[in-house]
Design a protein around this ligand. Structure first.
Ligand code: APR
Length: 317
């Protein structure tokens, strides 16, 4: 059986971590592409030279030529500027749209059968643009946002309750912006509703609600919290790990249910836009979207988030 091939477009902070994770997990051979000469070559040489220590054996290539992505099974895109303190993801739209246009043209020409996972921000708009330019089926162009937003929500819940992060399940839907929709009702510790545990902890329903609201707020602003601390860029370990979970599910046909930025055609009352929803990810990309009924409050939050996505996408020239 041929080895899988993963191409990473953008060899910056996230691109480098993606390459290392692909190698550590031996997901396949890896190509790292960047427009900066020497950057992807240097990073891949650095990662390759530690194969004997970490005991991975995959081909790693850094390149400035799109030809090298030929035959890719998966392409993960991080090309584009990250935010600086005080910026919203949406502030990146003009410059990153130009970058995404050239990247998508390269993918279309050289990796026409690949499944594309976009990480570049503003995410919902960049996925939309990437699909439009490649013309690939919507099931093969998706975005990473929800795995990370959900992981952030779960982390805050675990810290608050003093339990292992391994036992917390939490999901965040909607767009990858300040209006994202952390689903409080479905947040659990091994199936036990988090709200019930908070009410037990504080013996006070109002206080439990207040604590949850603070965690929801922190989740919505979690990317900005990292940007404010780093000052020179945005989160990179966590988006890389999140995209690798999606890529692994596709490459190994695991059919994991992961919150994914998917093109909706009526699901959750949304048509014709990319929005974060739970999706089954397998060898064909998005194999199905898991639907369930939102309550009135959740649907209102979803509608608000979708309205923000529509405005963002509409603002692209
Ligand atoms: N083609 C390919 N790569 C490009 C292009 C292009 N046209 N333009 C810029 N790049 C590269 C840069 O040279 C840089 O190495 O994209 C890389 C981006 O890396 P970083 O600046 O380190 O940004 P990173 O933290 O990796 O984030 C990338 O993901 O989460 C989002 O908001 C984040 O939009 C940002 C993207």
């Amino acid at each position: 059986m041929a080895r899988k091939k993963i191409s990473l477009i953008g060899g910056g902070q996230i691109g480098g971590v993606l390459a290392q994770l692909c190698a550590l997990r031996e997901l396949g051979d890896v190509v790292l592409f960047d427009i900066v000469e020497g950057l992807p070559q240097g990073k891949m040489l650095d990662i390759a030279e530690v194969g004997p220590v970490d005991r991975y054996d995959v081909c790693l290539k850094g390149t400035n030529s799109y030809e090298d992505i030929k035959g890719s099974d998966i392409v993960i895109v991080t090309a584009g500027l990250p935010r600086k303190p005080g910026m919203s993801r949406d502030d990146l739209i003009e410059v990153n749209s130009k970058i995404m246009t050239s990247v998508a043209e390269g993918i279309k020409q050289y990796a026409p059968d690949s499944i594309v996972i976009v990480i570049s921000n503003p995410l919902d708009a960049m996925v939309t643009l990437c699909q439009k330019i490649t013309g690939f089926p919507h099931s093969r162009v998706i975005g990473q946002a929800g795995v990370l937003d959900s992981a952030r929500f779960a982390t805050f819940i675990a810290w608050e309750l003093g339990v292992s992060v391994k036992d917390v399940t939490a999901m965040t839907l909607g767009g990858h912006g300040d209006d994202m929709v952390p689903l409080v009702r479905y947040a659990s510790v091994n199936g036990i509703p988090v709200m019930e545990l908070l009410e037990q902890k504080y013996n006070d329903k109002a206080k439990a609600k207040e604590v949850m609201e603070a965690m929801v707020k922190r989740t919505r602003g979690a990317g900005g919290e990292v940007v404010a601390l780093l000052k020179t860029g945005s989160a990179f370990y966590s988006p890389a790990s999140s995209a690798i979970a999606m890529a692994e599910s596709i490459l190994k046909d695991q059919k994991r249910v992961l919150p994914t930025c998917c093109f909706l055609q009526g699901e959750f009352g949304v048509s014709g836009f990319y929005v974060g929803v739970p999706a089954v990810l397998g060898e064909k990309g998005v194999e199905s979207i898991i639907q369930f009924k939102l309550d009135a409050e959740e649907q209102a939050m979803m509608d608000k988030s979708v309205a923000a996505v529509k405005e963002l996408v509409g603002s692209m020239k």
